[in-house]
Design a binder for this molecule. Structure first.
Ligand code: TXA
Ligand code: MG
Length: 324
């Protein structure tokens, strides 16, 4: 078995053989990027500190930032985290799917302390992607999986994005094509007190509140996602938000055809028809493509705040924040 990081990652097909090989590599302590319905994750055996350490190294991620443990289903999640009543209801309503629950660590937990960055809590997610589910079932252990980008960069939604960022640092990519949701999972902490929205994402606030009532926001409480630094998800170019027209030297990230006067080559529209779900699916793809033009700045048209628009606006405002 080779786990060399100097060569290029192998592309594994999303068939039985590819899934079995991905699972074998992860069980052997390797790093395998895999598709979920949100973004590509960088998978490693969450029960092995050695394997988890490789994730932090490959991404250049600070070790105080904990990882999401991916599981095939609620039964596996129950061995790892203690479910409050609200957590039960959320898992029932949204798993498998783009929702991550932060819960107190269960006594039967197998996720290692390094994956949790030493916290007494664990982030758990059962993704809806069929290939991910098959891989997780084959691994038979929780799989730690941050987004498969270098720390601070835009999350990958295609295998090529993973290749660009991490191709020389990981063993394989389980290639299941572009992801569908396009932004990361919604993270809700169900600890003491009312559930807290730590990160808006693929499941809208409204959908969650319809199941468990009003969410507290992370700014009002003590619980935080350590990875939610202001400057994050950032392309190289500067971002100018709420733009109504392009200025000289800018390329445009449009929504609903605002930048009519501009040259087509300088603009990508997240959704010409103004569809937020389509816009989320295209967000990181468009950001990467516009960044690749080499333009110094990207003008971003206004995005509505409702539904998955909250997650899109959250990622854009982090991408626009001053760089650390
Ligand atoms: O859609 C997603 O969630 C993707 C796919 C691959 O599952 N994963 C992802 O992982 O976005 P990552 O590592 O890029 O973002 C996870 C966030 C980080 O901000 C981290 O700080 C937070 O989850 N987090 C993880 N464990 C936590 C915990 N115990 N308490 C609070 N926040 C936690
Ligand atoms: Mg990330």
């Amino acid at each position: 078995m080779t786990l060399s990081s100097s060569s290029t990652a192998r592309l594994l097909a999303p068939d039985a053989a590819g899934i079995a090989e991905a699972a074998r590599l992860i069980r052997a302590g390797g790093l395998v990027a895999f598709a979920t319905e949100t973004v590509y994750g960088l998978g490693a055996d969450a029960t092995s500190p050695q394997a988890v350490a490789k994730i932090y190294a490959a991404k250049g991620r600070p070790a105080f930032n904990p990882l999401i443990a991916h599981v095939p289903d609620s039964a596996a999640a129950r061995r790892e985290g203690r479910f409050s009543e609200a957590a039960e209801r959320l898992a029932q309503a949204f798993w498998p799917g783009p929702l991550t629950l932060v819960l107190p660590v269960a006594e039967t937990a197998s996720v290692c302390e390094l994956a949790r960055a030493g916290l007494p809590t664990v982030a758990l997610r059962a993704p809806a992607h069929k290939v991910a589910q098959a891989m997780l079932a084959a691994v038979g252990r929780p799989v730690a999986g941050p987004s498969a980008n270098r720390s601070g960069r835009v999350s990958p939604v295609t295998p090529m994005h993973v290749m660009e960022d991490l191709g020389d640092r990981i063993d394989a990519i389980l290639d299941a094509g572009p992801t569908t949701v396009g932004v990361e999972s919604t993270i809700v902490a169900c600890l003491d007190g009312p559930p807290v929205l730590l990160r808006p994402g693929g499941v809208s606030r409204a959908a969650i509140e319809a199941v468990i009532g009003p969410l507290a926001s992370s700014t009002s409480g003590k619980v935080e996602a350590p990875g939610m630094l202001a400057s994050h998800y950032a392309p190289r170019a500067r971002l100018r938000l709420e733009a109504l027209e392009l200025q000289t030297g800018e390329v445009g990230l449009d929504f609903g055809g605002r930048f009519h006067g501009a040259k087509a080559a300088q603009v990508m529209d997240l959704s010409p028809s103004g569809d937020l779900v389509e816009a989320a699916a295209r967000l990181y793809l468009c950001l990467r493509a516009l960044d690749a033009t080499g333009a110094a700045a990207i003008a971003v048209a206004p995005i509505p705040e409702h539904n998955i628009g909250e997650a899109i606006r959250d990622r854009l405002s982090r991408a626009a924040a001053p760089r650390i």
